[in-house]
Ligand binder design. Structure first.
Ligand SMILES: CC(C)(COP(=O)(O)OP(=O)(O)OC[C@H]1O[C@@H](n2cnc3c(N)ncnc32)[C@H](O)[C@@H]1OP(=O)(O)O)[C@@H](O)C(=O)NCCC(=O)NCCS
Length: 267
């Protein structure tokens, strides 16, 4: 692994839920630890259990390949601050790893990212964004204006903007506690330019728009100017996806490695 101040590497892998061992999902399930199995039992819908299992197992296999360690030694440690979930941490061999991880699921796509910068990945089914296409909760005024004037079908473009927001908010650990309509994700520059600084919304007096305290005081807003965005190809035409990295020094290169899933034998 080549980690220098001037390069950040991100590995990304896409799979379908249940792939590649469906209906013999036991291979993935075996990679779940005790905490993950307990969570699996609490997930009501089978498809959501499959997405969860596939995400965790795919992540563990990818880290295992990158670091050349057994997948069983890779763990996702969830962070909770009261009832708020923080950015999960990657542990390897019982210790926190220097690499960061992120997982995303949407309908029939599951994506995982691993990086030596803090990362967030997001995928969205374009069809799922159609109902909120003109929503002032989801999109910033500039985005809504562009959606109204875009030729053809604006939903695919709007879906991409949405994934940039979610990826950025996941990399920062704040998630959708941050009101998404305060972010204009038409470009990396517009995204960086519109983040509220210091926890207060600069453009409205609406109390619903006050950005909550970051879980555990991550100081997430201060890192906003180190944010970088890469649009991804999730490998299916009805989806859009993005990757966000934070803590990337100015001028550093980003090496993006989109790694195909290995074909596993059925068990
Ligand atoms: C983070 C968030 C945007 C993810 O949205 P989602 O619709 O579940 O979408 P995705 O499938 O793309 O992402 C799921 C992954 O996000 C990750 N995640 C959860 N909270 C996160 C956070 N605060 N920061 C970064 N990543 C987070 C998890 O790894 C999860 O994968 P898992 O199911 O294997 O644990 C959303 O859950 C959120 O805003 N959470 C913060 C709000 C909160 O604390 N709610 C409390 C009830 S859970």
């Amino acid at each position: 692994m080549d980690i220098t101040a001037q390069t950040r590497t991100a590995w990304v892998r896409w799979v379908d839920p249940g792939q590649p061992v469906r209906p013999f999902g036991t291979r993935d399930f075996r990679l779940l630890d005790i905490a993950e199995r307990a969570r699996w039992r609490r997930i009501p819908r089978r498809i959501d259990r499959e997405r969860f299992t596939t995400g965790r197992a795919t992540l563990k296999r990818l880290v295992s390949e990158i670091l050349d360690v057994p997948a069983s030694t890779v763990a996702v440690v969830e962070q909770w601050f009261g009832d708020r979930r923080g950015r999960p941490q990657l542990w390897v061999g019982g210790r926190p790893s220097e690499l960061s991880m992120s997982i995303t699921h949407s309908a029939s796509r599951v994506g995982v990212a691993v990086s030596d910068a803090r990362c967030g990945i997001d995928v969205q089914d374009v069809a799922a964004v159609v109902p909120v296409l003109h929503s002032g909760f989801a999109f910033a005024p500039g985005e809504l204006q562009a959606i109204r004037t875009l030729d053809g079908s604006p939903e695919a473009q709007a879906t991409l903007w949405w994934t940039r927001k979610e990826a950025a908010l996941k990399a920062l650990g704040v998630g959708l506690l941050h009101p998404p309509h305060l972010l204009d994700a038409r470009s990396e520059e517009s995204l960086r330019a519109t983040v509220p600084w210091g926890g207060e919304d600069p453009v409205t007096d609406n109390p619903d728009d006050i950005v909550p305290e970051s879980p555990a005081g991550f100081g997430w807003a201060k890192e906003w100017d180190t944010l970088r965005i890469r649009d991804l190809d999730p490998g299916s035409p009805g989806y859009r996806a993005s990757l966000a990295l934070v803590g990337v020094p100015e001028g550093a290169l980003i090496e993006l490695r989109e790694v195909a899933a290995p074909v596993l034998e059925l068990v």
